[in-house]
Structure formats: structure tokens, C-alpha cells
Design a binder for this molecule. Sequence first.
Ligand SMILES: *Cc1c(COP(=O)(O)O)cnc(C)c1O
Length: 226
Amino acid sequence: MINAGAWQQLHNECASKDIQLVAVSKTKPAADIEALYKLGQRDFGENYVQELVDKQGQLPKDINWHYIGHLQSNKVKYIAPFVHLIHAVDSFKLLIEINKQAQKNNRVIDVLLQMHIADEETKFGMDERDLVEFFQYYDAQKEQLQHVRIRGLMAMATNTDDETQVRTEFHRLHNTFKTFQSSEFLGKSYFDTCSIGMSSDYKIAIEEGGNMIRVGSLLFGERQYH
Ligand SMILES: *Cc1c(COP(=O)(O)O)cnc(C)c1O
């Protein structure tokens, strides 16, 4: 069951602020995606490769599929033919594999780099030092990486009720984003995406400069994990 009222409200808010809304449909049935699609939603986010491939096969072809979960290199090939944006690139090795599979499919795949901002060991992503190292490799091999385009950064905040902490973490992500915009990606207008914010913290994310939010339970109801 979708919450059409919540979607309409969020959709209007995002449209007025030029923010992209990704509806996170992981674990939810294709019928729920179709219901939101009928209202006008086109961007959907999934976390599991097999589930994404299954849904992509069943649902309208003009859906923009976002892969927002942790991606293993050996699974890139399954989503490479159609994926719209891969949010959570957390190693240079993964970028190389995405480039390779994109080339096989004669396309360029857009990606975001996942930054680790949370105060939790379990969340994936690169910290500032890892990013420096990442770009040392990237800059040295740029010429061979024509089939990936780095569009921006993505992160998840700590799962906490402490709003100040969440705000501080998002702020750090956005600062890093701005630094890249004026250095590594200077003059590259495609480096434009800051993907932060979920159901519980998207308001703070928008206030802190996020321009892509990934919202699941608010639109689709609580999930039962498999
Ligand atoms: C599940 C998930 C979301 C959406 O979470 P909700 O709390 O349901 O809005 C956003 N981003 C990522 C990376 C997720 O895994």
C-alpha cells in the first residue's frame, strides 16, 4: 500500500526546490511501484541486484532505476544494461568494473561516490583520506574511464534521534561536495548531485544542501526485511 498523499506533498516540495526524489521501493511489490508510477513518479531506488533485475523486467521501461545499496563488483554486469545511477561507489576497483561493464553495453553509467559520515562501523563509504587516494588512482587512469561519469556524492547519516549530529554529518558531506566542485570537478557542471536524506532525516538533508533524497517507508510504509 502506498501513501499517495505523502507522495504528492513530497513531490510538490521537491519540485519547488529543484530536488530529485528517489522513491526507495526495496522489498516492496511491483504493484506498489506501479501505483506511484501512475501518479507520476519515475525515479525508484533498489538495494538488491536480483530484486532490481526482476522489477526492471516487469515494469515500464521509462523508469529511472537507482541502485542505492552496497554493490559487489561481480554483480555489476546484471544491472549495467539499464541502471540510471549507481549511488554507492566506495572503491576504485568497483569504479573500474562499472566502466568495463558500461563499455560492454555501449553506454556511460552515472555514479555517485559514497562517503562515510556516520558514527557507525557498519555503514560503507570512503572518508576524506580514502577519497584522496581514490582520486590519485582516478586521475592517473582517467583516459581509460570514459564509460563512467562521477555525478556527485552520496551518504547516510547515523541512525539517531540526535538532530544536531545528523545535521553535522550532512554538513560535512556537503562541504566535501563543494570542495570537489571547486577543485577536482571545477567547470564540470555534471558534478551536481548530493544524495543525502531518507524518510527520517530528509528535511535536515535539504536544509544542509542535499539535492537528491532517497525516501522509502514514508511513501511505501514500513518494510519487513527478508
Ligand atoms: C532503505 C534506504 C533508504 C530509504 O530508507 P527509508 O527510511 O525507508 O526512507 C535510503 N537510502 C538507502 C541507502 C537505503 O538503503
